[in-house]
Design a protein around this ligand. Structure first.
Ligand code: ASP
Ligand code: MG
Length: 415
């Protein structure tokens, strides 16, 4: 069994879906699980339709936009106007319309019930399309297979239950088409695994089904040493050890979702990152390697960062009790710390810009601490750095915070 993951960009138009089908065709015949995201930017649009996010008066226009986008793709893929895909799409769209018109309850719950339609719709269209061109496949509702707790918007996977269920569901040597990102809980509701979570879905299924390998099809040639948005001469990394990939994803390399590698590593399954534009090309492999190959500096940029410093108002030292208070609040607000540093009299963290969370932090902690912050900074991580590289990349900008280990340096600078 092989597992493929196709993200939103790989299925964002009629031409893209045809291209994706051409890739599937090359591998067709041996057992294959195809995990697909919502088409293009559908998830962003669905977020606007979560009950309570936008005034109801705006819903018809938002729905129409989504409907037209998918309908145009369906009409181009299916010339037979009697094809069942039209009926299936209408059914899902009615359900979406109904879900989004409900009164708001709990935002995270409402979110998952609404945005999950992106994947349900994309996989319905793609499964029908592949069948129509002779690539016979079975559409699977992944919510029956991937099981999580009721932590909406970031479901925690129950691997035992998921393994049992997915082994029952994905049986027979055939081709399956199923959804990324979404899952189900014991209360019978839809959950999601966090934005960009389809990579993780594919990894969960690879783990549970003992896949021989997993491939993520991307719009880049593989795992590059830097984001081509920032660098002209990027280097493709051929081989990446599992732990290196986890670190890179953790530092913010956007090519894979951070949770993806662990399940794959636990079963020693190779993860391939390949281009859907040049599918014949080698791509990158994440596997049980010793070092990255070729060994070259790796750059990760995170923009829109805030540096926040806490100074105890009673002039006490920053010690375990202070830190405990700060961390408890960070955990309570679900704030992810990208970098931290302490001195005798202050404690600093770097987090993603977010005015609302900043305000909530201030509300909870300003009794005990003076809070200072700088916004709109850039966090640069370089692995396998040299001083020359640091000088070049900082380019004379003031460094607000810096950390170095033997292999990695992180620099927080003015954007
Ligand atoms: N469609 C979801 C998102 O855009 C999941 C994914 O693409 O991985 O976040
Ligand atoms: Mg996506």
């Amino acid at each position: 069994m092989k597992v493929f993951k196709f993200g939103g960009a790989s299925v964002n138009s009629t031409a893209a879906v045809r291209n994706m089908a051409a890739i599937v065709k090359k591998y067709y015949g041996s057992p294959l699980v195809i995990v697909v995201s919502a088409m293009g930017k559908t998830t962003n649009r669905l977020e606007q339709l979560v009950p309570g996010v936008r005034p109801k008066a705006e819903h018809p226009a938002l729905l129409e936009q989504l409907r037209d986008y998918h309908m145009n793709i369906i009409r181009e893929l299916f010339t037979d106007t009697q094809h069942p895909v039209f009926h299936d799409f209408e059914t899902l769209f009615d359900q979406l319309t109904n879900t989004s018109s409900k009164n708001p309850t709990n935002y995270n719950y409402d979110y998952d019930q609404t945005v999950s339609f992106g994947e349900l719709i994309s996989t319905t269209i793609i499964s029908h399309y592949l069948n129509s061109i002779g690539l016979e496949n079975k559409w699977i509702d992944v919510r029956q297979a991937i099981r999580t707790n009721s932590h909406y918007r970031e479901g925690i996977v129950d691997f035992d239950d998921t393994r049992k269920k997915s082994q029952q569901i994905f049986t027979g040597s055939t081709t399956f088409v199923t959804q990324g990102f979404i899952a189900g809980n014991d209360e019978g509701f839809t959950t999601t695994l966090g934005r960009e979570g389809s990579d993780y879905s594919a990894a969960i299924l690879s783990y549970c089904l003992d896949a021989e390998n997993m491939t993520i099809w991307k719009d880049v040639p593989g795992f590059l040493n830097a984001d081509p948005k920032y660098f002209h001469d990027t280097v493709k990394i051929e081989q990446i050890p599992y732990n290196e990939a986890i670190e890179l994803a953790y530092y913010g390399a956007s090519v894979i979702h951070p949770k993806t590698v662990k399940p794959i590593q636990n079963k020693n399954i190779e993860l391939h990152i390949k281009s859907f534009v040049t599918p014949e090309a080698e791509g990158s492999k994440i596997g049980p390697y010793e070092t990255i190959q070729p060994l070259t500096p790796l750059y990760i940029f995170k923009n829109r960062q805030t540096l926040l410093s806490f100074h105890p108002k009673d002039f006490s030292f920053i010690a375990e009790d202070n830190l405990q208070t700060i961390f408890a609040t960070l955990a309570e607000l679900n704030i992810k710390v990208n970098l931290m540093q302490n001195s005798a009299l202050s404690f600093s963290i770097c987090i993603d810009d977010n005015n609302m969370l900043l305000e909530q932090l201030r509300e909870r902690l300003s009794d005990q601490f003076l809070l200072h912050y700088n916004k709109d900074l850039q966090l640069i991580t370089v692995r396998y750095y040299t001083q020359g590289i640091i000088d070049k990349i900082v380019d004379g900008r003031p460094i607000l915070l810096q950390q170095r280990s033997r292999t990695t340096t992180q620099l927080l600078v003015q954007a």
